[in-house]
Design a protein around this ligand. Sequence first.
Ligand code: OMP
Length: 274
Amino acid sequence: MHFMTALEAAWQQRNSLLCVGLDPDPVKFPAHLQGCPDAILEFCKAIVDATADLVCCFKPQIAYFAAHRAEDQLEALIEHIHTAHPDTPVILDAKRGDIGSTAEQYAIEAFERFKADAITVNPYMGRDSVDPYLAYPDKGVILLCRTSNPGGSDLQFLEVDTPKGRMKLYEHVARTVAEDWNASGNCGLVVGATFPAEIARVRELTGDMPLLVPGIGAQGGDIAATLVAGRTAKGGGLMINSSRAVLYAGKDEDFAEAARKVALDTRDAINAHR
Ligand SMILES: O=C(O)c1cc(=O)[nH]c(=O)n1[C@@H]1O[C@H](COP(=O)(O)O)[C@@H](O)[C@H]1O
């Protein structure tokens, strides 16, 4: 199924714009999981099973698995999501960016090894570095545009001359992706919740293109401002990510229940502004 079709269905069936980010940090795990073999997988499966009915997608961050030699656990986790929660798209957050021949391998890794439905990609190496992902027309390709971190302004906020006039670099990225790179309708953009004015600008430049919006929760982004800036005319179009605030809501054996409560409250806070 095309990623956008699956996402659209999940938005509707779950009545949720919440994306739970799976950023497992073993140091923060509850005591009973510390030292267990496959602790990363067990922790993430518990979070997934406790929150799947509340989300439109999950977003595992590959560094949190690779850093602990746990890529096999990432593979097993994505397989678990596809089997136990088959209507929940998985975005592999890898922020890849490299020359075409290497990007081909990254695309195989994401879509054929890990079987992700979508991937985050850094577009700042240009079109040929993104083509290998676009060659999978049913997979989502979610391109960094205006990132949530303060240093995102260092380059993305520079004024540049483009064939369509002078604008900020992130605006040029948004326009280029919407007008040139999205022939298969499989592109999305990342815009941080920490920058609502730029979310509004990206929405203006891209019509109804899905936006992945990290930065609520631990990074302090404002939910109401994010919705006002980024929702489409139908009150959707957003995957609003929260990772740490959900994952580490509880520190004890009932951590998954605590995560569910935060996910529920976050989903409802988002829906209150649609
Ligand atoms: O692509 C991303 O997901 C991403 C882009 C961005 O601009 N900012 C950002 O925080 N992220 C990711 O979103 C998650 C945010 O985590 P929390 O701040 O814990 O909610 C992390 O996995 C980041 O790597």
